[in-house]
Design a protein around this ligand. Structure first.
Ligand code: TRP
Length: 370
């Protein structure tokens, strides 16, 4: 019997309900409806998402997406998590420490509760059949479509390279292969990834129309927008490890305390939660609230005239306490020699089997299985 979502949701891990950066109520409504469908029947969904291994994950990643991935996994949604190592090559100067970055990323995943027994963790460079899907997919998009992609344009504008590589230009098609090789129908991502998801849907639709009009091979995956909380870096700018303004999951308690002690606040002593007018102070309040599982207004009220000093002590304590078990797991896994490698090896193998199957189907549909 199918249970009504309202009656079951209280027993299930709750969707994060903090302040979000989602633009417009349409996106919010659409997301809420999708959430309901997931809660009602998690077995219908297959999640696929991933990250570029460019540095250690921080609190922005955690509350923006990692927590949600672990939640979906706990709901029983089958999940694939990708280490997007090829995509790092779109901006070559961050690819220097690739093996270390990959290992660190997988450790971060394991530490936050991504369970390799239930979630396939893989690197796309290791899955040959996935990469081969890029050829038929490339044939289904026009050069003009690639040139219009706003996220690629933005990345080109911020690239430290003198010229743009072909991979930079075509990586959204590669991303479509990442998503479609396992026929994922749900992709939890941030707003910046929406153009890529739109292209993925276009490719799925065109492939089906051209080669498999009766049955279709690929689903058109839906985006589940991360409820990215308005967490700022300690300097008041966008949180980013390379700017040294973010608490990494892998940092220790002292590093965390130092970073938060140096955080930007403002000259008003009384602490309030007012994101629009006091972004830095409010971001700190929100961070404490997220870690404490409380309402940010309440947290702010309690600190009140205690000022920035008490605010920072509260945040430091809340963050360190929240991250303690995550950090302990991370340290334990890091100490087991060969552990991360073996997890990745297993995940790669599983992903390869799935990709081979899809590629076989694709070959049959295209008339290229000889
Ligand atoms: N483009 C994503 C990013 O820059 C990473 C990524 C690669 C991804 N392939 C993906 C995300 C497939 C979701 C699905 O963060």
């Amino acid at each position: 019997m199918q249970e009504h979502p309202e009656t079951t949701s209280s027993e299930k891990p709750e969707a994060p309900r903090h302040e979000t950066g989602l633009a417009g109520t349409d996106a919010v409504d659409k997301n809420a409806a999708l959430e309901q469908r997931i809660l009602a029947d998690p077995g219908r969904f297959r999640v696929m998402t991933g990250d570029r291994p460019t540095g250690r994950l921080h609190l922005g990643h955690y509350f923006g997406t990692l927590q949600n991935r672990a939640r979906l996994q706990e709901l029983g949604v089958e999940s694939f998590v990708l280490v997007a190592d090829y995509q790092v090559l779109t901006d070559r100067d961050v690819a220097d420490n690739l093996p270390e970055s990959v290992e660190g990323l997988v450790l971060d995943y394991l530490a936050v509760g991504i369970d390799p027994a239930r979630t396939t963790i893989y690197a796309h460079s290791a899955v040959a059949a996935l990469n081969q899907l890029m050829l038929p997919f490339l044939s289904l998009v026009t050069v003009a479509e690639l040139g219009r992609n706003p996220t690629v344009k933005d990345e080109v504008a911020h690239s430290r390279q003198a010229s743009v590589s072909g991979l930079m230009f075509t990586y959204p098609v590669h991303q479509a292969a990442d998503i479609l090789f396992c026929k994922a129908n749900l992709v939890p991502v941030g707003q910046d990834q929406l153009p890529h998801l739109e292209l993925t849907r276009t490719i799925a639709r065109r492939f089906n129309a051209r080669y498999a009009p009766e049955t279709g091979i690929f689903p058109e995956p839906e985006a589940l927008l991360s409820a990215a909380p308005l967490l700022l870096g300690t300097d008041g700018g966008k949180m980013s490890k390379s700017r040294g303004n973010a608490v990494a999951l892998a940092d220790d308690a002292d590093q965390t305390a130092r970073l938060i002690r140096g955080a930007k606040t403002d000259s008003i002593r009384h602490i309030t939660y007012a994101p629009a007018t006091r972004p830095e102070v409010s971001s700190l309040v929100l961070l404490a609230a997220l870690c404490l599982g409380r309402d940010p207004r309440e947290v702010a009220d309690e600190i009140g005239t205690g000022g920035a000093g008490l605010l920072k002590r509260t945040v430091t304590e809340a963050v360190n306490e929240y991250l303690a078990p995550i950090r302990a797991r991370r340290t334990a896994y890091a100490q087991e020699p060969g552990f991360v490698r073996s997890i990745l090896k297993e995940g790669n193998e599983r992903a390869r089997a799935v990709a081979e199957e899809t590629l076989d189907e694709v070959r049959r549909a295209m008339g290229t299985s000889y």
